[in-house]
Design a binder for this molecule. Structure first.
Ligand code: HPA
Length: 270
C-alpha cells in the first residue's frame, strides 16, 4: 500500500509541485465549490497511476490545487466511496495522498441523514466524534509505519481546537450549528428504521456513507481533522417520507450557498 501511495504521489508530483497546507473533501452539493476558488492547477484522478476513480454520476474526479483567502489548499472534487466496491484501503488512499502532499489539516464534508429528531433537513452538524462499527477499519492490513503507528489513539479524532474555530465561523455566518456524532454505514442502501434506532442508541446524531473512514486514516497519519455534515434528510423511520437521492440532492443544493460560505470561513481560519 505504501508503494502504491508513493507511485500515486510521484504521478501527482510529475504534474504539480504545489504544497497544500490544508486539505478539503467535498460532499454532495458542494462539488462546484472547488470551481470558485483561486485555482492554480487541477489533476484528474484518471491521470494518477493506481488511483481509485469514482463511478458515481455527478461526482467529478479531480484534485484542485489553489488558494482560499491566500491559504494553499488541495481539494478533492469527488470522493471515493466504499459502496463502489473498493477496498477500504483504496477508499482512504486519496486522503493519505493529500497528507503526503503536505497538508497538515483536513476538513471533511458530507451529506448525511439526521438521526436526531431535533434536526431538520438543511441543518449543518459539526462532527464531534464518529462511530465506525458498521464498516471495516481502513487501517486493517499491514500497518504503514511510514504514516503512523499500529494502534493509533482515536480519543480526539476531530480536533477540539478546530471545534472552537468552527463554532465562531458558524456564528459569523449566522448559522445555528448542530454538533453531533456521525455514524458511518457502508451504503449504498439507506439504513432501515431499526438501523437508525441502533445508531441513536449508540449515541449517533447523523448517519452517512463516508467521512469517518477518511477521518480515521487522516488521524492515523497525524493530521488535524474536522468535519461538517449537511443534514439533507431525516434518517429512515424518523419522518414518514421515503428516502430518495433526489431529496438529498435538492436539500444539498438549497443550502449550498451558506455551506460554501461556512467552508470558506473555516478553511481561512483553520
Ligand atoms: N443515510 C445515509 N447516507 C446519507 C443519508 C442517509 O439518510 N442522507 C444522505 N446521505
Amino acid at each position: 500500500m505504501y508503494k502504491k501511495l508513493m507511485t500515486c504521489l510521484a504521478s501527482v508530483r510529475e504534474q504539480t509541485s504545489f504544497e497544500p497546507e490544508a486539505a478539503l473533501i467535498l460532499g454532495s452539493g458542494l462539488g462546484d465549490y472547488a470551481d470558485e476558488i483561486q485555482i492554480e492547477q487541477t489533476v484528474d484522478y484518471t491521470s494518477i497511476e493506481g488511483f481509485p476513480v469514482s463511478t458515481v454520476k455527478g461526482h467529478k474526479g479531480r484534485f484542485v490545487f489553489g488558494y482560499v483567502s491566500g491559504k494553499p489548499v488541495v481539494i478533492m472534487q469527488g470522493r471515493v466511496h466504499y459502496y463502489e466496491g473498493y477496498k477500504m484501503s483504496d477508499v482512504v488512499l486519496p486522503t493519505r495522498l493529500m497528507g503526503m502532499m503536505g497538508a497538515r489539516k483536513i476538513l471533511l464534508t458530507n451529506a448525511a441523514g439526521g438521526a436526531d429528531p431535533s434536526y431538520k433537513p438543511g441543518d449543518f452538524m459539526m462532527i464531534t466524534d464518529h462511530i465506525t462499527t458498521g464498516i471495516p477499519s481502513p487501517l486493517i492490513g499491514p500497518n504503514i509505519d511510514e504514516l503512523g503507528t499500529r494502534f493509533p489513539d482515536m480519543s480526539e479524532v476531530y480536533s477540539r481546537r478546530l471545534h472552537d474555530i468552527i463554532r465562531k465561523c458558524a456564528t459569523e455566518c449566522g448559522i445555528q450549528l448542530k454538533e453531533g456524532v456521525y455514524v458511518q454505514f457502508t451504503g449504498p442502501n439507506y439504513e432501515t428504521p431499526a438501523e437508525v434506532r441502533l445508531a441513536q442508541a449508540w449515541g449517533g446524531n447523523a448517519v452517512g456513507m463516508s467521512t469517518a473512514c477518511e477521518a480515521m486514516a487522516a488521524r492515523h497519519m497525524g493530521l488535524e481533522v474536522c468535519g461538517i455534515s449537511c443534514i439533507t434528510n431525516m434518517a429512515a423511520g424518523i419522518s414518514k417520507v421515503k428516502l430518495d437521492h433526489k431529496e438529498v440532492q435538492e436539500t444539498a443544493d438549497r443550502v449550498a450557498k451558506s455551506f460554501k460560505e461556512l467552508v470558506t470561513k473555516i478553511v481561512t481560519n483553520m
